[in-house]
Design a protein around this ligand. Structure first.
Ligand code: SAM
Length: 270
């Protein structure tokens, strides 16, 4: 997958793209990430990328010309093809006003051949970029950041780890929090661990089994796979109910899950 980032602060990405799974995915040729400096697409001696807003008001706005020109240099498919889904490419404007990023959207993007991420700054980006150039706007949450760079790094991370082969252990992506419809891996039998099914992940422990008197649940130490599976499902349900009850409405709940939830409700009453 190819990922291009358009920004006025290219140095921002020196750290975030150089570690762990993102670095390994690049080394393995699974992700090719390029950062482009929007100032290289300016034509005045001050390399101006922003200007005052029409109609007056606070702050500066990123000008359209450098963004349009940098995208033309990347030779991506026309907006109409991208919008219709004919092209396996997407040009994404980072914006607090965009569709909120979630695991399903990250999964959708990971299936594309190329994404281009446009990072706004100041009061934002000239509206014509969202209207005539990008095919979607994405927000990473309901708060306002100073620029799109952190959002772009978040998208690169969430998307890259879903590219097949990017995680050493494919099963771990399927059982993670929010994973609603785990992808089927050809030739693989049922997993001994439970898939998330749209819930939060279950708790994880490692050695030592007793750390300063804080002990690992016995069921995990004893090694009975069926009991471990049930314990993981129950704790995932408990945690989701406690921290994100909204997820339960859309989660794929089995008969066993319903029984566990009824048991949790019963325990609360007694
Ligand atoms: N005036 C804009 C508004 O009220 O929506 C905020 C502009 S913000 C200070 C500057 C840039 O940061 C935006 O153009 C966008 O690229 C980025 N940004 C801010 N919040 C974001 C969020 N929640 N998700 C993604 N990008 C964000």
């Amino acid at each position: 997958m190819k990922i291009d980032i358009l920004t006025i602060f290219p140095d921002f990405f020196r750290g975030p793209l150089d570690f762990g799974i993102i670095r390994r995915a690049q080394e393995a040729g699974l992700a090719e990430i390029a950062v482009h400096d929007l100032r290289q697409f300016t034509h005045d001696k001050h390399r101006t990328v922003d200007d005052r807003p029409f109609g007056g008001g606070e702050g500066m706005v990123l000008k359209p010309e450098p963004i349009f020109e940098s995208l033309e240099a990347l030779a991506v498919a026309p907006q109409s093809e991208r919008r219709s889904g004919e092209a396996r490419e997407s040009v994404i404007l980072l914006s607090a006003q965009g569709r909120r990023l979630d695991q399903a959207l990250a999964g959708e993007l990971s299936g594309l051949q190329r994404i281009v991420l446009i990072c706004g700054r100041y009061e934002g980006v000239d509206e014509r970029v969202g209207q005539f150039l990008a095919d979607r706007e994405i927000s990473i949450g309901d708060y306002v950041l100073s620029g799109g760079e952190i959002g772009a790094a978040v998208i690169v991370d969430a998307v890259t780890r879903l590219i097949p082969g990017a995680l050493g252990n494919e099963a771990s992506a399927r059982q993670e929090s929010f994973t609603a419809h785990p992808p089927v891996v050809a030739g693989e039998g049922p997993s001994s661990t439970c898939s998330s099914g749209g819930l939060l992940d279950y708790p994880h422990y490692t050695r030592p089994a007793d750390f300063r008197g804080m002990t690992v649940p016995q069921v995990l130490v004893q090694g009975n796979h069926e009991e471990i599976r049930r314990w993981r499902r129950r704790t995932a349900l408990e945690k989701t109910l406690r921290n994100r009850p909204d997820l339960l409405a859309q989660a794929a709940l089995s008969k066993e899950d319903q029984e566990i939830l009824a048991g949790i409700a019963q325990d609360k009453l007694s």
